[in-house]
Design a protein around this ligand. Structure first.
Ligand code: PGA
Length: 293
């Protein structure tokens, strides 16, 4: 059956499904003689008649049924292959607009880097901002994918957790004050806190409100990095995501043992339900959720 082609199988399938050569010629936009010729050729290749006429209708012979089954399997496989290839082409040449809160910059780059190595021709735009800034972008529908630890409460978004986040209380290496205590016991210390609008700050404020805690001495610093370095230099204590400490020299910072801490939350990958994801964006989201990049 060396001369068997997809096209011959497709013509045969159309004749059977349509019930006549005329119907097949219409659906395939071919002339009736061409369809008849293709049927004849297929029958010659198979070596047996495929159709027989009786009672004014066309019926498949046993060889015709076997050929029809083969046509279904082959054409279904071909369609699947074609979808798969299109998807691969779409990912490889597509684009990804990603926006993440500042603290996520400690976790996203390695994942993004692995994804870009696997798909070197994609076009990536990566924006960083505090929670308030990234929530504003989400509202304006500016990006494909957003990363938050506290996604906005909004019916029109889909948020899926993919990683743990822990807020810890940190102190300078030579810190002599209370440890193994409550946050209340630390209120004589200076605290270095993120700005209003930061997700880290929001989590701390919510905890303090719930537990009736007010900081007596606080300094606002609008950067996790600057807070960490300031704590290491002895400026005060702070509450930061554990991820921000990953690159710190281990003897630079002490993590205190404070009741209720670490405060636990998760990292979420967030998309707008109404925004269709490009194949590339979808692949990146899936990779985060499966953590296989
Ligand atoms: P932030 O957000 O970088 O704005 O503090 C972190 C978070 O949402 O946990």
């Amino acid at each position: 059956m060396n001369n068997l082609t997809f096209r011959l199988l497709e013509v045969f399938q159309e004749v059977v499904d349509g019930g006549s050569v005329t119907a097949a010629s219409h659906s395939l936009a071919l002339s009736q003689p061409t369809v008849s010729l293709q049927l004849k050729k297929l029958s010659q290749i198979v070596g047996l008649p495929l159709l027989e006429h009786f009672g004014g209708k066309v019926h498949m012979t046993e060889a015709g049924e076997a050929t029809y089954l083969c046509a279904q399997e082959v054409l279904t496989s071909q369609a699947k292959l074609s979808t798969h290839i299109q998807a691969l082409q779409g990912i490889e040449t597509g684009s990804l607009k990603l926006a993440a809160v500042t603290t996520a910059k400690y976790i996203i780059p390695p994942m993004l880097s692995a994804f870009c190595k696997a798909h070197p021709n994609i076009d990536v735009h990566f924006t960083i901002g505090n929670r308030q800034q990234i929530a504003a972008r989400l509202k304006q529908n500016r990006d494909d994918i957003y990363i938050f630890s506290q996604p906005p409460e909004d019916e029109s978004i889909q948020a899926s957790a993919f990683l743990d986040n822990q807020l810890v209380v940190i102190a300078p290496p030579d810190y002599q004050g209370p440890d193994n205590c409550t946050l209340q016991d630390l209120l004589d210390e200076k605290f270095l806190l993120r700005e209003n609008g930061s997700g880290t700050r929001k989590a701390i404020d919510e905890y303090c409100l719930k537990n009736n805690i007010t900081f007596n001495d606080l300094m606002i610093i609008e950067s996790n990095e600057a807070i960490r370095l300031s704590v290491a230099s002895g400026l005060g204590l702070a509450i930061l995501s554990k991820h921000t400490l990953a690159q710190a020299a281990p003897d630079n910072i002490r993590t205190l043992n404070v009741t209720d801490f670490p405060l636990r939350s998760s990292w979420y990958v967030v998309t707008r339900k109404s925004r269709p994801l490009s194949l590339t964006a979808h692949a990146f989201k899936t990779s985060l959720l499966e953590k296989k990049i």
